[in-house]
Design a protein around this ligand. Structure first.
Ligand SMILES: Cc1cc2nc3c(=O)[nH]c(=O)nc-3n(C[C@H](O)[C@H](O)[C@H](O)COP(=O)(O)O)c2cc1C
Length: 197
């Protein structure tokens, strides 16, 4: 997919870019909830930080750690859903899509290197902490003793980038009157229509 200038973007992407701009004064405007499906079919959900769009697609990028449970879930089932509320402009975006994980073995686009370079040392340090979700042991109680690698130029092997490729977007505006738009990707084109809120 080629991304042209903003006039050729699908409506949902223009609306989302506008929401990011309008809400940029709120640090939390870049957090969204990313839901996945566990191996037994039950839902899982967590907050993540939006790290931008991939340069040549509408994929939403998130950084993560391949030792975290979500990676096993995504390997098993790539279906994901995002819920994202912008409190200043009072609008919600719900995205359904598929996730692809860029790991140290398959990162042909070099997303890992690009996003690693943009991280603060404090954010990098977390990738040198003991495995997320594993029982706390006395050896792992102080996370600060694991920060040595946070200055490295290359990302550690456990650093991943999750790319969420949207197939539908539901955009609700809590304006007066409320408005709601649904967009769908048919494999070739985006279509959009306004629906009852
Ligand atoms: C504000 C906030 C931002 C977060 N950002 C990320 C993130 O960008 N990537 C990530 O993997 N986890 C992030 N987390 C931690 C996740 O919510 C979650 O606890 C962790 O990824 C483990 O999830 P899992 O066990 O489902 O894999 C964030 C948590 C909070 C509260």
């Amino acid at each position: 997919m080629t991304i042209g200038d903003s006039s050729t973007l699908p409506a949902w992407r223009r609306d989302l870019e506008r929401a990011l701009k309008r809400n940029r004064g709120d640090a939390h405007s870049r957090y969204f909830q990313l839901a996945s499906v566990s191996a037994d079919g039950s839902p899982r959900n967590r907050t993540v930080v939006f790290r931008g769009f991939a340069p040549d697609s509408h994929d939403l990028l998130v950084i993560s750690d391949d030792r975290a449970a979500k990676h096993t879930e995504l390997l098993h089932n790539s279906a994901v859903a995002i819920a994202w509320y912008f409190s200043r402009s009072r609008e919600q975006f719900r995205v359904v899509g598929n996730a692809v994980v860029a790991t140290c073995d398959n990162d042909t686009q070099r997303w890992r290197q690009r996003l690693w370079s943009a991280l603060s040392d404090a954010a990098k340090a977390q990738f040198f902490w003991p495995a997320p979700g594993a029982p706390l042991s006395s050896a792992s109680q102080s996370t600060s003793s694991h920060d040595q690698g946070s200055h490295t130029a290359a990302p550690p092997d456990n650093f991943t980038v999750i790319a969420v490729s949207p197939v539908s977007v539901d955009h609700l505006q809590l304006t007066n009157p409320q408005r709601r738009f649904k967009s769908h990707w048919d494999g070739e084109h985006w279509s959009a229509c306004e629906v009852n809120p």
